[in-house]
Design a protein around this ligand. Structure first.
Ligand code: GLC
Length: 535
């Protein structure tokens, strides 16, 4: 079961590599860079949506679930990626977006043209407005991107009519998952891609599909945005599990260990674990780990809570530090040299933990968030819908620097869709290739050790005693990991005395102590203590 311990590299297609020089990443670009990912040492690639789409939300507004957006290439290009990836020993996961379609999707266009109460409208969540002339939204639900979650349509007679629900942008109408057309359509879409050899799916907003059909107000109990608490009228409702039981049975019809990973933002890990029961999804992103600050106690708690909850349902843990929706972790951890140092330490922590891990493109280069994009270039609907109050997610989506020069630092031949900071020349793949101390070389070394070391990947871990700012654990009697998240150097723990350093996120001090914000991997010889608890 590869997915129990895979390291999966997230390719944000728009920003990875631009083969045709139009400034936008594309599938031929991704295909040309697969050897880079092989060499990096990951096990699989997750591609963000490449489907036909008006790109209102970077492709998470899908107009046709069975095609490829011409901006990104063709179906043949996608098939080429799957083919080449498999030749290289890499798996391919694609994004599926079931909570909403694009407003440009045929179904929604038909719904707009059809009258209230029609079958076409029943695939979405159309409702009458409140107030005497229906001019008030049906309830107080808010869009995740800011503003109300309802938009009113103009009916065929030219009058303002019903409202439709969109938990994201108005160009992303929510589907009604009690409608059998919707259920059947998505199972068919899964088959379409499984037939083309994809190894699995990343499920967008996996906890959002079921809504309380009564559509009660959120009131003061629930706020929009952020991880959702239990009992919410549109997040994490029990009915959503039926959807995934159906999907699992589709995937299980196929050979080759196809897998689902859910994007499930919830407060309680126990609730996330419910999605990973044996007849539902295989894994889920671990946002508790991502959200934890760089503090030993908070990290340890996130690790323990995650492993505990997932063990109860037999699912492996996964770990993630960044993705295309959050501020890059170099910046979250303090930015500059400090942030980079911590990010490197966090990477070695993540890759030593039991289970699988996700790497977001560019984190292996140590890229920070770009905070000073010109306002007029910002594309995230959040920026527009909040009147600039929230900057949105463009700053983590800036195209990857491959070389220290060229019009887009090797991303393509034209100006990139978001400008790269000039100092990224020093963080380019080519620059870091040549630098033994670079973050790229650290990731590559870590992944190589992870591949060959039996103790890493799926399995158990056990904590050893340590001081407040330090985490020490073993994976087995031979592999140990020390994370010093504090500001002062600490001596090597007694329990690991005599062990050899396999890899360190920063050079150790001359006396062998572990400097601040540094993670070290140790290998103990046969003479090391057999019992992690006897230290
Ligand atoms: C998920 C995606 C995000 C997108 C949203 C709506 O959270 O990761 O990028 O905007 O869903 O589809």
């Amino acid at each position: 079961m590869w997915w129990r311990e895979a390291v999966i590299y997230q390719v944000y297609v728009r920003s990875f590599a631009d083969a045709d020089g139009d400034g936008m990443g594309d599938l031929p670009g991704v295909r040309s860079r697969l050897p880079y990912l092989r060499r990096l040492g990951v096990d699989a690639v997750w591609l963000t949506p490449f489907y036909p789409s008006p790109q209102v939300d970077g492709g998470y507004d899908v107009a046709d679930y069975r095609g490829v957006e011409p901006l990104f290439g063709s179906l043949a290009d996608l098939e080429g990626i799957v083919h080449d990836a498999h030749e290289l020993g890499l798996r391919v996961i694609v994004d599926i977006v079931p909570n909403h379609t694009s407003s440009a999707h045929d179904w929604f266009q038909a719904a707009l043209a059809a009258p209230a109460g029609s079958k076409d409208r029943a695939r979405y969540l159309f409702r009458k407005g409140a107030g005497p002339d229906g001019a008030v939204p049906p309830n107080d639900w808010q869009s995740n991107f800011g503003g109300p979650a309802w938009t009113r349509v103009i009916e065929a007679d030219g009058e303002a009519g019903e409202w439709y629900l969109h938990l994201f942008d108005a160009a992303q109408p929510d589907l009604d998952w009690t409608n059998t057309d919707v259920v059947e359509e998505f199972q068919d879409v899964l088959r379409f891609w499984l037939d083309r050899g994809v190894d699995g799916f990343r499920i967008d907003v996996a906890h959002g599909l079921a809504k309380d059909q009564e559509m009660p107000d959120l009131g003061e109990q629930f706020v929009a945005g952020g991880p959702a608490p239990f009992g919410h009228p549109h997040w994490d409702r029990d009915a959503v599990h039926d959807v995934y039981r159906g999907w699992r049975s589709v995937a299980d019809e196929y050979e080759g260990d196809r897998a689902f990973v859910g994007e499930i933002w919830l407060d309680e890990v126990d609730r996330v674990a419910q999605y990973l029961r044996p007849d539902e999804l295989h894994t889920a992103f671990n946002f508790h780990f991502l959200l934890a600050p760089w503090e030993a106690g908070a990290l340890r708690e996130a690790i323990d809570v995650s492993i505990g909850a997932l063990r109860d349902v037999g699912a492996p843990a996964t770990w993630v530090l960044s993705n295309h929706d959050v501020i890059r972790h170099v910046t979250r951890y303090g930015g500059g040299e400090l942030g980079t140092r911590r990010a490197r330490a966090a990477a070695l922590l993540m890759l030593a933990l039991p289970g699988g891990a996700y790497i977001y493109q560019g984190e292996e280069l140590g890229l920070p968030e770009v905070g000073d994009l010109p306002d007029e270039l910002r594309q995230d609907p959040t920026y527009r819908r909040t009147g600039g109050e929230r900057l949105g997610r463009d700053g983590c989506r800036v195209p990857i620097p491959w070389t220290p020069d060229g019009p887009s630092l090797g991303f393509g031949d034209g100006a990139p869709w978001l400008p790269q900071p000039p100092e990224w020349a020093g963080l380019s793949v080519a620059t870091e290739e040549d630098d033994r101390g670079s973050t790229l070389r650290l990731y590559r070394d870590a992944l190589a050790i992870r591949r060959r070391h039996d103790a890493l990947g799926d399995g158990e871990m056990s904590w050893l005693d340590s001081d407040g700012d330090v985490l020490v654990f073993r994976r087995d009697r031979r592999f140990g990991c020390v994370v010093n998240a504090g500001a002062a150097a600490v001596p090597m723990p007694d329990a690991l005395k005599g062990a050899a350093v396999l890899l360190a996120s920063a050079p150790l001090d001359d006396d062998g102590s572990i400097p601040s914000d540094t993670t070290v991997w140790f290998e103990s010889g046969a003479s090391a203590s057999a019992n992690p608890h006897d230290s």
